[in-house]
Design a protein around this ligand. Sequence first.
Ligand code: SF4
Length: 331
Amino acid sequence: MFDHLHIPRFVPHESDTIKHVVSISGGKDSGATYLHALELLDGDFIAVCADTGNEHPETLEYVERLHERTGGPKVQIIKADFAADLARKKRFLESGKAVSRTHKPWTQERVDAVLAHGLEATGLPFLDLCRSKGMFPSRTPAFCSQRLKRFPLLMAQQPLLDAGYSVFSWQGIRAEESLRRSCYPMWEQSPDAENLTIYRPLMGWTLMDVADIHRRHGLKLNPLYGMGFERVGCLPCINSSKKDIRLVAQLFPWAIEKIRDWEQEVRAASRMSCSTFFHATTTPGGDGSPVQIDEVVRWSKTRRGARQFDMMAYFEPPTSEVCVYVGGLCE
Ligand code: SF4
């Protein structure tokens, strides 16, 4: 369907003036982008992964060992730090301005409760970001991807830009994934810096193209796909499908406990004390009230508008690298 986009494109090699930076998430498309860069640039590129603090250990291990399995460059793992944001929030609450402001004023009771609970950084970027904002990300805009991935990546590229290089930022986005993604250009001047160009080399790629390049390099996919997950990213992601939420609950109950703890921590740092990890519309048919993690997990095990339990939820999901991902990517 997207063959018309398969046009050989000139990609300049790294040089005295050009640097290529490939974003890695641990997913199949970023893996394909890394391998594509390996083929086109003979390994002359920098690979960077932003650890959100909400990653599965398998994903971090997969990213950390990508160079061993491919012969490409080692992926630099970077992390955002929100200690300054939390310290700023603490100063704001202590100043009394939160109570006196006209727009969305705090009650003195909430200010006292939040300060008593504490606003020290935990070092987990996802949690600290949400505590500093007093809320979990909404779907649009998802401030998590901006603050936990886009901005750290920009910070990693900044020294290259400051040194006078033109930077090509490679992103593994494919048009066939969604209508929205199909609208992205393959090349784009970044709004963030003059000498920064965003390059999306997989725009015309199909799932089979992604499978083929993994096969060519003998690189297995992130094992999470083999366990049945549709997407690899945060565990869970605010946009996780019903099936992925159910799989998280079945395979990694510790991740649900983590989100339960995080919901308490973010509520303890919020003005209204009512934020939840998943958006209210995650579980259709609700009254728009926030839905806490245990209720979302319960819904994930139902079907037919949550009126019936899904029998599949009672069976053990696969835990080894079984090919359950559409397209036969896990060999
Ligand atoms: S929760 Fe989802 S949208 Fe947000 S940073 Fe993680 S993977 Fe991206």
